[in-house]
Ligand binder design. Structure first.
Ligand code: NDP
Length: 392
């Protein structure tokens, strides 16, 4: 059966990789909707190639511009705002939604796809980090199929027995070994970290990614967010997950069983592999990914993460332990701090400082509704911005 797909965040790194896989399988996938925020020119080119039924620009003015540019061309209706994003995520005709908007902005539309019971390919880890239990409850209630796209979580998913991904004890799993590249500053001293620039932080040694996740990867906050994501996806706790820095990024993560077996998923560092795994699951499809040449690689290395130089991983684990709205506060403060760093208004080393101060200032509340979570997100952004203006 032809799968109808909505790609949320189509102009981003994950969105474009998804469209590259879709492009290779015209008999299997059709694009129902594409979404972006402000990138009109890129969206116009994608609309001309994929002819989606609907294109959504989150930004109203960008939507007007796209509509004018598409005038006279048949087929694509233009919508705008969060309403438009949620509409195409939940549309009856859609089977599969790639949730690849970056940050908290992706929560409402990702959730709309979950509530509509879609096959949801989750790249937007921030949505799950913010709302963990409520998000997973919504998945259970709607019987949506949630498939992890983060390469680490997709690897773990592939190493677990089918149907047992939330029953690790029953499956005989002892622990999860979550791998991390260590980012571009793995060997920097604290002193060197004071002076790193946004361009250096975005130049990841192994992966080509969007700017926000590249900075997260450099601070190790990405691993912290992934630790929380893994706890929710696989129904486990941080003490059953051990982060292993593996600079080659070839082993995408591992699962250790009680009999001593360790299963790993390996591959070239190319997001088209986990994306294709999610699109075609449980089948396998061709992706254009470079085959692995282990002879050329020769060796793999492993190190423990250094929480002194990279405190964000510790902050994330602590926020998960605090529970309630703490992970949403962590995420919001991180988004603000990363945006300030990218705008040259904050030093790299001050990113964890801002997050820690924001977490200390906001009382943890029970995260029993999405409204509470979104209110904490706003409060945390406000406080983080005040701290940023003080240290700047
Ligand atoms: P990018 O920055 O490359 O792309 C983000 C996409 O989201 C763009 O389409 C952008 O539109 C859209 N967008 C941004 N802000 C908004 C908004 N306020 N409302 C609606 N849409 C918005 O990000 P990535 O593709 O790198 O990452 C996307 C998600 O996937 C993140 O959550 C990230 O953590 C996760 N991820 C990414 C990986 C990667 O390899 N890149 C690997 C694993 C996970 P526009 O272009 O108009 O700004």
């Amino acid at each position: 059966m032809m799968q109808q797909i909505t790609v949320l965040g189509a102009t981003g790194s994950i969105g474009l990789n998804t469209l590259d896989v879709i492009r290779r399988h015209p008999g299997r996938f059709t694009v129902y909707a594409l979404t972006a925020n402000t990138a009109v020119e890129q969206m116009l080119a994608l609309c001309r190639e994929f002819r989606p039924r609907i294109a959504v620009m989150a930004d109203d003015r960008a939507a007007e511009k796209l509509e004018r540019s598409l005038a006279g061309e048949p087929g694509t209706q233009v919508l705008s705002g969060q309403g438009g994003l949620c509409e195409v995520a939940a549309a009856a005709a859609v089977n599969t939604v790639m949730a690849s908007i970056v940050g908290a902005a992706g929560l409402p539309s990702t959730l709309a796809a979950v509530r509509a019971g879609k096959r949801v390919l989750l790249a937007n880890k921030e949505a799950l980090v913010m709302s963990g239990k409520l998000f997973m409850d919504a998945v259970a209630e709607s019987e949506a199929t949630l498939l992890p796209i983060d390469s680490e979580h997709n690897a773990i998913f592939q190493c677990l027995p089918p149907g047992q991904v939330r029953n690790l004890a029953g499956a005989g799993v002892r622990r999860i070994l979550l791998t991390a590249s260590g980012g571009p500053f793995r060997n920097h001293t604290v002193d060197e970290l004071q002076r790193v620039s946004p361009a250096q932080a975005c130049a990841h040694p192994n992966w080509a990614m969007g700017r926000k996740i590249s900075v997260d990867s450099a601070t190790l906050m990405n691993k912290g967010l992934e630790l929380i994501e893994a706890c929710w996806l696989f129904n486990t706790r941080p003490d059953c997950i051990e982060v292993h820095v593996h600079p080659e990024s070839i082993i995408h993560s591992m699962v250790e069983y009680v009999d001593g077996s360790v299963l790993a998923q390996l591959g070239s560092p190319d997001m088209r592999t986990p994306i294709a795994n999610g699109l075609a699951w449980p089948e396998r499809i061709e992706t254009g990914v470079e085959p692995l040449d282990l002879f050329a690689l020769g060796r793999f290395h492993f190190e423990r993460p250094d929480l002194h130089r990279f405190p964000c991983l510790r902050l994330a684990a602590e926020a998960f332990e605090s529970g309630g709205t703490a992970p949403a506060v962590l995420n919001a403060a991180n988004e603000e701090a990363v945006a300030a760093f990218l705008g040259r208004n904050l030093r790299f080393c001050d990113i964890p400082v801002i997050i820690e101060r924001t977490l200390a200032e906001i009382a943890v509340a029970t995260a029993d509704t999405f409204e509470v979570i979104l209110a904490k997100d706003l409060e945390a952004r406000e406080i983080a911005r005040q701290h940023i203006s003080h240290v700047h």
